[in-house]
Design a protein around this ligand. Structure first.
Ligand code: CMX
Length: 435
C-alpha cells in the first residue's frame, strides 16, 4: 500500500468516531435557523454540508486544510527551478491534511504516472464529437466514457462492506485524476491543433506533463501548477463541488460524479466566467482598436455592460466579501511575469473601476474580483488563446478537490443527500402570509 493510502486509512480510522459521536450524542442539537429568503435564494449560507478539506471565510478567502493559499504555495514541495509547487503535493495535502515530504510527493508523482494511460476508446469518443461542440461538453463525455472502468462498481456488485467503500473509490479517483491532463490536452489538440497529439512523458509531474502535452515548455509548467492548485477546492457548497458530492451520495461512482461536476462548472455564473471575461475583454479591445482605454472609457464600457442587463464576469461571489485571494495570487504572478502586457493593463484598470461601479449600482453583495477575473489573460499571454478551453483547465483543477471529498464521503459513510422541498402555498403559510 502506498504511503498516501496508508496515511489516509489511518486518518479515516481516527476520524470515524468523531462523526459517530456527533450523530449518536448530539444529533438533536440545533445549529441554525433557515429564512424564507434563504429558501428562495439558492440556499445561500445554510450550514448543511460538512467537509474538512477546505473552508471559505467570506473575508479571508479559501483555506485548504487550514492553510491559506499563500501558505500552501510557500510550504508545498516544489520542483527544482520551479516557483510553483507540485500538484501531486497539493492532492496529498487535501486528502490527508498533512504537508507532504519530497519523498511522499514523488511517490504520488510515480503513482499518477503509472495510471495516466488513456484507453483508446476515449480518443475515439473525442474524435467522434460533432464539430463546434464546446470543450466542456467533450470533457464531460470523455470522463463519462470511462465509467466502465470503475473499480468501485465492480466491487459493489460482488457485495462490498460499507466500511470498505473508500478503498475502491480511492483507486477510481486516482485513476481518473491521473488521466485528466491527457484528456484535456487531447481535446485541445483535437479542437485547435488539427488533432496532433503530443504523447505524454512519464518522467514528468502532473503540471509539467500537461504543459508538455499542450506543446508548451517552461514556464507554462508553473502556470499549469498555479492554475490547478488555485482552482482545486472552494469548500462544499459551490455548484461543482456540491454536484460532485450530491451525485456521489447515491453511490454513483467517481466517473458519473466527476462528469456531473464538470457540467455544473460549465455555467457562466460559475467556471465558464473565465471564458466570459476573455470574450468581454476582446470585445472591449476591438472597440478600442487595440488602444489601452482611459479610466473614463473603461467606466463607460462597464456601465454599458450593466445597463444592457448583463453581469460583469469575474466579479462578485456568493460567499466572498473581499478580493478573492485566488485573484491576488494570479495578480502577483502577472505583476512579476507580465507587468507590461496589454491585457493585464485592462485587467488592472478594471480592478480600479469595477468595485466602485458595482457599489454605486447597489446590487452585488460583493463588488470584488473572483478567481475568474484574471486567469484567462495569463493563458492568453502564454499562447492559449482559445478561451472556450479555459473552463476545462478549471475542471482539471477542481477534480482534485471534488475527488478528495468523494473519497472522504465514502470513508465517513455520508448518506444519500435528500433535502426537503415544499410548495409556495406552504412557504406562504410558514411565513404568515396566509392562515
Ligand atoms: N455584475 C453585475 N451584477 C452582479 C454581479 C456582477 N459581477 N454580481 C452580482 N450581481 C447582481 C446579481 O446578478 C443579483 O442581481 P439580481 O438581484 O438582479 O438578481 C444581485 O447582484 C445580487 O447578487 P449577489 O447576491 O451579490 O450574488 P449571487 O450570490 O447571487 O451570485 C455570482 C454570485 C458569482 C453568480 C455573481 O456575483 C455573478 O453573476 N458574477 C459574475 C459571474 C462570475 O464571475 N462568476 C464566477 C464566480 C466564481 C466561480 O464560481 O467561478
Amino acid at each position: 500500500m502506498s504511503e498516501l493510502k496508508s496515511l489516509l486509512y489511518q486518518k479515516i480510522e481516527e476520524h470515524r468516531p468523531r462523526v459517530a459521536n456527533l450523530l449518536q450524542k448530539y444529533g438533536d442539537v440545533k445549529i441554525a435557523d433557515v429564512t424564507v429568503s434563504q429558501v428562495l435564494g439558492g440556499m445561500r449560507g445554510i450550514k448543511s454540508l460538512v467537509t474538512d478539506i477546505s473552508y471559505l471565510d467570506p473575508n479571508e478567502g479559501i483555506r485548504y486544510r487550514g492553510y491559506t493559499l499563500p501558505e500552501v504555495f510557500e510550504k508545498l514541495p516544489k520542483a527544482k527551478g520551479s516557483e510553483m509547487p507540485y500538484v501531486e503535493g497539493l492532492f496529498f495535502l487535501l486528502l490527508t491534511g498533512e504537508m507532504p515530504t519530497d519523498a511522499q510527493v514523488h511517490e504520488v508523482i510515480n503513482d499518477f504516472s503509472n495510471r495516466r494511460i488513456l484507453p483508446r476508446y476515449v480518443y475515439e469518443v473525442i474524435d467522434a464529437y460533432p464539430c463546434c461542440s464546446h470543450p466542456m461538453s467533450i470533457f464531460s463525455s470523455a470522463i463519462m466514457t470511462m465509467q466502465r472502468e470503475s473499480f468501485f462498481n465492480r466491487k459493489y456488485k460482488t457485495g462490498l462492506n460499507k466500511m470498505d467503500y473508500w478503498d475502491s473509490t480511492y483507486e477510481d479517483a486516482l485513476n481518473l485524476i491521473a488521466k485528466l491532463p491527457e484528456i484535456a490536452s487531447y481535446i485541445y489538440a483535437k479542437l485547435y491543433r488539427d488533432g496532433k497529439r503530443i504523447q505524454s512523458n512519464p518522467a514528468l509531474d502532473f503540471g509539467a506533463n500537461f504543459a508538455h502535452m499542450m506543446g508548451k515548455g517552461k514556464p507554462y509548467d508553473d502556470v499549469s501548477r498555479m492554475y490547478f492548485i488555485t482552482h482545486a477546492d472552494h469548500e462544499g457548497g459551490n455548484v461543482s463541488a456540491h454536484t460532485g458530492h450530491l451525485v456521489a451520495s447515491s453511490l454513483s461512482d467517481v466517473y458519473y460524479s466527476t462528469s456531473a461536476m464538470v457540467n455544473g462548472l460549465a455555467g457562466p455564473l460559475h467556471g465558464l466566467a473565465n471564458q466570459e471575461v476573455l470574450r468581454w475583454l476582446q470585445d472591449m479591445r476591438e472597440k478600442m482598436g487595440g488602444e489601452i482605454p482611459t479610466e473614463a472609457q473603461m467606466k463607460q464600457f462597464v456601465w454599458d455592460t450593466l445597463n444592457s442587463g448583463q453581469v460583469i464576469p469575474g466579479y462578485g461571489h456568493a460567499v466572498l466579501r473581499k478580493t478573492d485571494p485566488r485573484y491576488t495570487i494570479q495578480r502577483e504572478f502577472c505583476l512579476k511575469n507580465m507587468p507590461d502586457y496589454e491585457l493585464f493593463k485592462y485587467t488592472d484598470l478594471l480592478y480600479k473601476v469595477v468595485p466602485q461601479i458595482l457599489l454605486d449600482q447597489g446590487k452585488a453583495k460583493n463588488p470584488w474580483p473572483n478567481v475568474d477575473a484574471q486567469s484567462g489573460i495569463i493563458q492568453w499571454y502564454y499562447g492559449i488563446t482559445e478561451f472556450d478551453f479555459y473552463t476545462v483547465l478549471f475542471g482539471v483543477g477542481r477534480s482534485l478537490g471534488v475527488l478528495a471529498n468523494i473519497i472522504w464521503d465514502r470513508a465517513l459513510g455520508y448518506p444519500l443527500e435528500r433535502p426537503k422541498s415544499i410548495t409556495t402555498d406552504m412557504l406562504e403559510q410558514l411565513a404568515g402570509v396566509k392562515k
